[in-house]
Design a protein around this ligand. Structure first.
Ligand SMILES: Cc1cc2nc3c(=O)[nH]c(=O)nc-3n(C[C@H](O)[C@H](O)[C@H](O)COP(=O)(O)OP(=O)(O)OC[C@H]3O[C@@H](n4cnc5c(N)ncnc54)[C@H](O)[C@@H]3O)c2cc1C
Length: 482
């Protein structure tokens, strides 16, 4: 007999986990299946600590795949909201589907679940309102906006524990979880979803959607399939949209660098807010530039995507500390007619940077960019800011980042330097490529359903959210919609 489920969720990142949590609470469905190409959270580990360089784990990168998705090795900063603000500025577009008041309610609800499963009770960014207001005022003068919202910081090791408890809860409550299994295709019939095709990840040539048809393929059926594939699955999702005529809008791609500088420079901001979210449209092109994922006393990390594409990221532990702060500086790239391949564009930029670094992340000193030269290893050895990503290769990122991107980044650094003295110091480090891929935005209705009946899209992958809290909230709302 063919196996049939009430609901199948593809991916087990935060969006999927919280969808499962809420489905348990609602008790509407008996047979729910979650599928992920990666491992259980307790089996996920990144060997870079021992190997000192990324060994491109087979068949999948452990940083981005498996239970809790990209959340497992994330810094675990849960961005809440400012109760005095009547808009949501961080985490994507969920509020555009369900409205701001409902999104705030969902954040409160989801935050309580994180607390229930062991998140730190302390909220960053609530104490020093006067000092924050002063920084905000200084920033405004230079055309930069400071978004002031409270943050709950789990820390990388605590994120593992919190998600570990959620994994157990979901399993104990009868939801089936299929690990190390890649969904290769969707089964559709007359505009309706009927199920998914899977193969064990070990038979995948690292690349979901690579077209590898194998004897190991299995069909699993359901009239309700939720796609929660994250940025890791964005490329696969594009393939699925093309193949099954799932309607999309041209998405954006955020391209930039991971910026590393001394804690000493960032000490006020780190103390008052933990993470300062600056955004502005500086420079001639007026592209939106923003800071993202700030990690005080943190570590820069590398993560591997499809086709061995290596991207830079960052995180920080609760206990283990460096003396540097790292944060992403991202420029939003909106393309216009006739170009409609933002993911392809981002991949090309990333590929060029990977080639320049012989497969590694490239790092360059800010001062060298101003001087119009590459950075050499011996210069990095003597540099006052010591890189925390040991596998990064000294080089020249300006060979691969476009003029428009570079100008926006340098103008933004200059503007923030006026707010935080030392932000534009020549010894500060730029690592590239830092790229946030979102699938071409999947068009969904207010129930999160695509134009294929019974097929839904949530989380970062389809372009709805960007970040742990909002991805988690989208899962809760998905369960309620179902
Ligand atoms: C190093 C790092 C640090 C970060 N720090 C923060 C932070 O501090 N705060 C914050 O808000 N956000 C942070 N983020 C981003 C955050 O992790 C994501 O926004 C969030 O995890 C998105 O959740 P999601 O459920 O949409 O997708 P994901 O968490 O990406 O999960 C998607 C899952 O789908 C699986 N999958 C994909 N395709 C398939 C397929 N075809 N078949 C089977 N399985 C598939 C993947 O294996 C993955 O496990 C960080 C990310 C990284 C990588």
């Amino acid at each position: 007999m063919q196996e049939k489920y009430d609901v199948i969720v593809v991916g087990m990142g935060p969006s999927s986990i919280f969808c499962a949590y809420e489905l348990i609470k609602l008790k509407k469905f008996k047979k729910v299946l979650l599928i992920d190409q990666g491992k259980r959270v307790e089996d996920r580990c990144c060997p870079i600590e021992k190997t000192k360089k990324c060994i491109h784990c087979k068949p999948m990168c452990n940083i981005t795949n498996g239970f809790s998705g990209a959340g497992a090795f994330s810094d675990g900063k849960l961005s809440l909201y400012n109760p005095n603000d009547d808009d949501i500025h961080v985490g994507g577009n969920l509020h555009k589907y369900i409205g701001v008041p409902k999104t705030k309610e969902l954040i409160d609800y989801t935050d309580k679940i994180y607390l229930e499963f062991g998140a730190d009770k302390k909220l960053e960014g609530t104490e020093y309102q006067e000092e924050i207001a002063k920084i905000s005022k200084r920033a405004e003068k230079d055309g930069v906006k400071l978004i002031n919202i409270p943050i709950r910081h789990l820390g990388t090791e605590k994120s593992h524990e919190v998600y570990g408890r959620l994994e157990k809860y979901i399993e104990d409550n009868g939801i089936e979880m299929m690990f190390e299994t890649s969904v290769t295709d969707l089964i559709t019939e007359n505009g309706e979803i009927k199920g998914v095709k899977t193969i064990p990840s070990k038979y995948m040539d690292e690349n979901v959607g690579s077209g590898l048809v194998s004897a190991h393929e299995q069909s699993i059926y359901s009239d309700k399939v939720v796609l929660a594939v994250g940025r890791k699955g964005a490329n696969w999702l594009v393939d699925m949209c093309n193949k099954h005529k799932i309607k999309t809008d041209t998405g954006i791609v955020d391209i930039g660098v991971r910026y590393e500088l001394p804690d000493e420079v960032m000490k006020d901001v780190n103390k008052y807010m933990y993470e300062a979210k600056f955004t502005g449209r500086v420079g001639p092109f007026r592209d939106k530039v923003r800071t993202f994922c700030q990690n005080p006393s943190g570590f820069v990390s590398a993560e591997v995507y499809d086709n061995n594409l290596t991207l830079v990221n960052g995180h920080s532990y609760k206990e283990r500390k460096s003396t540097n702060t790292n944060l992403a500086l991202l420029v939003s790239h909106h393309f216009t007619h006739p170009f409609d391949k933002p993911i392809g564009y981002g991949r090309n930029v990333a590929q060029n940077l990977n080639d320049l670094g012989a497969g590694n992340i490239v790092v360059q000193r800010l001062g060298d960019i101003y001087r119009g030269k590459r950075t050499w290893d011996y210069e990095l050895e003597k540099n006052s800011v010591v890189p925390t990503l040991k596998s990064a290769v000294a080089g020249d990122i300006t060979f691969a980042l476009g003029y428009r991107t570079m100008v926006a980044l340098l103008e933004f650094i200059r503007a923030i330097d006026k707010v935080i003295e030392g932000f534009g110091h020549p010894d500060n480090l730029l690592y590239a490529p830092e790229i946030k891929f979102y699938s071409n935005k999947v068009i969904i209705n207010e129930q999160f359903e695509t134009n294929i009946k019974g097929l839904y899209s949530i989380g970062d992958g389809g372009g709805m959210t960007r970040g742990l809290m909002m991805a988690s909230c989208s899962g809760i709302q998905m369960a309620r919609n179902l």
